[in-house]
Design a binder for this molecule. Structure first.
Ligand SMILES: [Fe+2]
Length: 292
């Protein structure tokens, strides 16, 4: 059985049907999914009521899985397997987190445009997010096509950006929303990492702007100048024509390519449960060689 891929937007996003992710996918199906994501950057698999184990097994076919970074903190009490990132408003007892809950406040940073794990030396390649329980309204995820955003830049700007190296850390992204509640141990683990600003996608050959709310400095540039450039580029890249907004249905699994997209979560009424489970495939190599 072959899969069907239907575009959802002129440049980014496609719906994929004709497979059941509860079953192991044949190699030909994995290849077809890789071809589809190389082209569309975001894939929506509707009607996939999968378990964490099934999500882990499918994700692992696409590369090496990351473990959740929240495990850094010694008092972290996981609700889920450490290979699954808990994108919910629930604590380890399945209770809705209080307004002033530290992990809730930290998680609000996901409403800033970002690329997953860009604060890691080896960032994320794919993220796969499964909708288990959703609020009655809100809580959409938006995706920005960083390839189309690159294509639309003037040549002079493209020439200025080529070769620039940014520094990314969660300290930068969380500081933007006033979240600074970190232990010394965490701060030490969150030292900025270098990432190139312009990437070429190995699967499509297309260039893209590699941006994230975690980016706060550009090497060889004064900080206010760098910040303004990053803000201007983010504003450019997230114009409506580059953005696909995903309105969730329970059972949706959405997979995106962090090398050539940014995404952000939208607000919802947190008196309601939103329970999403994310698996993350590592990109395998740093964007800037280790010696740099
Ligand atoms: Fe994210």
């Amino acid at each position: 059985m072959s899969i069907t891929v239907e575009p959802l937007h002129p440049t980014i996003g496609a719906r994929v049907t004709g497979l059941d992710l509860r079953e192991p996918a044949p190699d030909a199906t994995i290849k077809a999914i890789e071809d589809a994501i190389n082209r569309h950057a975001v894939l929506v698999f509707p009607g996939q009521r999968i378990t964490d184990e099934q999500q882990i097994n499918f994700s692992a076919r696409l590369g090496t899985l990351e473990t959740t970074v929240k495990a850094y903190r010694s008092d972290f009490r996981p609700r889920l397997d450490l290979r699954v990132s808990d994108v919910s408003n629930l604590d380890h007892n399945n209770q809705i987190r209080a307004n002033n809950d530290r992990l809730r406040l930290n998680g609000l940073g996901n409403r800033l445009w970002h690329s997953d794990s860009s604060f890691k030396r080896i960032p994320a390649r794919f993220s796969l997010l499964s909708a288990r329980t959703i609020p009655s309204e809100g809580g959409e995820t938006q995706f920005a096509d960083m390839r189309a955003a690159w294509d639309a830049l003037p040549d002079k700007m493209k020439a200025q950006l080529e070769g620039l190296i940014c520094e990314h850390t969660q300290l930068f992204s969380r500081a933007r929303i006033g979240f600074t509640d970190w232990s010394d141990e965490e701060r030490a683990k969150m030292a900025p990492v270098p990432q190139v600003l312009v990437r070429t996608h190995p699967g499509s050959g297309r260039k893209s702007i590699y941006l994230s709310s975690h980016a706060g400095r550009i090497r060889s540039m004064e900080e206010p100048e760098a910040r303004m450039l990053l803000l201007d580029l983010t504003e450019h890249a997230t114009q409506p024509q580059f953005v696909y907004t995903h309105r969730w249905t329970v059972g949706d699994l959405v997979m995106w390519d962090n090398r050539c997209t940014m995404h952000r979560a939208r607000a919802y009424d947190e008196a309601e449960v939103r329970d999403m489970h994310r698996t993350t495939v590592s990109d395998g190599t740093p964007t800037v060689p280790e010696a740099a």
